[in-house]
Design a binder for this molecule. Structure first.
Ligand SMILES: [Zn+2]
Ligand SMILES: [Zn+2]
Length: 240
């Protein structure tokens, strides 16, 4: 991770957000292992009034991207910026989905604008209040920032793990935080009906976590309680 935001690293002569959009697309192409082509870049940039060729040539000169036959690839230097843009975009999506409860179509469009606006301080604050999420609402990995590896727990967090609720508290599930090797365990939670939007009541924490969801009472190990992220709610569900 770079310690600065991308301002000042990219060439200020060209529209800054267009360079970011190109690096974002090429980073995703690298991440998802598909070939990036000029016609697709043209579509993604969707600004008719820019000279895309000279922007691409400039990015090549600056060693952010390289052209191999008809395909474009991101360099190691370019990846550092592309990854940051992707991180801001996916964090923006989480914020819009979890805190503002926007619908998916609004999320994609607004997050796309967010990624060019968020500076590093704001990005870390958002990451922290969301509990350093690992995935966007579409299941894509959110690259880690410096805040995610720093172990201090932040008291201002809005979205917290079930393990941090107090006995008797209610929370609305926002997401299940997992790493790729934990998918089996998380499926277990999904089978219990523990899904985003569901309200959970924490009945007790010791010796094991007991929760109530819908009509069911479920016992969970600490491992799971640390991976269910919720937004604490003050109102109760009438079913409980
Ligand atoms: Zn997404
Ligand atoms: Zn973080």
């Amino acid at each position: 991770m770079l310690s600065n935001n991308t301002n000042g690293i990219l060439d200020n002569f060209f529209p800054h957000h267009i360079q970011e959009e190109i690096l974002e697309y090429l980073f995703v192409a690298f991440e998802e292992n598909f070939k990036a082509v000029f016609t697709k870049i043209e579509k993604i940039v969707h600004h008719n009034d820019v000279d895309l060729d000279s922007i691409l040539n400039n990015l090549i000169t600056k060693d952010f991207i390289q052209k191999i036959e008809d395909n474009y690839e991101i360099t190691e230097k370019g990846k550092k910026i592309g990854e940051q843009v992707v991180r801001r975009n996916r964090l923006g999506e989480r914020l819009l989905a979890d805190v503002l409860a926007l619908q998916d179509t609004d999320i994609v469009e607004t997050a796309c604008k967010f990624e060019h606006i968020l500076n590093e301080g704001v990005e870390e604050a958002i990451c922290t209040i969301l509990g350093h999420p690992s995935y966007c609402p579409h299941g894509k990995r959110i690259p880690k920032g410096p805040c995610c590896t720093n172990n201090t727990r932040n008291v201002d967090q809005i979205v917290i793990p079930l393990s941090q609720l107090s006995q008797g508290d209610f929370g609305s599930v926002r997401y299940l935080k997992t790493s790729s090797d934990e998918e089996d365990s998380i499926l277990k939670l999904v089978n219990f009906g523990i899904l985003p939007g569901k309200t959970i009541k924490l009945i007790s924490k010791h010796p094991t976590y007991i929760i109530k969801i819908d009509e069911s009472t479920i016992a969970l190990e600490k491992f799971f309680a640390e991976r269910i992220y919720l937004r604490k709610s003050t109102h109760t569900m009438n079913v409980l």
